[in-house]
Design a protein. Sequence first.
Length: 181
Amino acid sequence: MINKEECVILVALQDELPESLLPEWNIVYTGVGKINATMSIVQAHQKYNPKLFINYGTAGSLDKSLSGLLPVTIFKQRDMDVTVLGFELGQTPYEDTGTISFNEIGYSCGTGDNFVTSEPKVQTQLVDMESYAYAKFCKLNSINFKCYKYVSDNADENASKDWKELVGNGANMFVEFINEN
C-alpha cells in the first residue's frame, strides 16, 4: 500500500490529472519538458522529502497495440544525439549509458523536448516529454520511483489532435489504480 504522506505525484499538466481527483495526495504540476521536470522534482524533493515519487501522465505509443494505463520502467533520452563525437544515440556524453532502468516489468519510454508525430531514432514503446528527467533524479538520489503513462495517441500525424481530445481520459484510471495500491 502506498503511503500518501511519503509520496509525491508528479504530473506535467493539470489537464492530465486535476488535483480535485486526489485531494489528499501531494501532487506537483511540473510543466512540460525536461528542464521544467528537473526543476520541479528538485523543488518537490526539498519541500516534501518523499520516499517515493510517482509520475503519471500521457504518452504517445509507437506500438499501435498498446493502450490504456501502462507501467514504465525503462527510460531513454530520445533527443540526445552526440553521435558525431562517437557517443551512442541517446547517450549523454561521458555517462555510461543513455538508458535508466528500474529492473521491474514495464514498458520503455523515450523522453524528449518535442511532441512526437513520427518515428524517433531512439527506439522505445512510448514517448513523452518529462519522465527521463524524473527517473534520472530518482536514480541519482536513490529515491523510489514509479511511472504510469496513459496512451493518449499513436505518435503519428494525428497525435496532436488525438492528444488534445484524450489528455484527461486516463485520470480516472490512474486514480482507481492509485487508490487500490
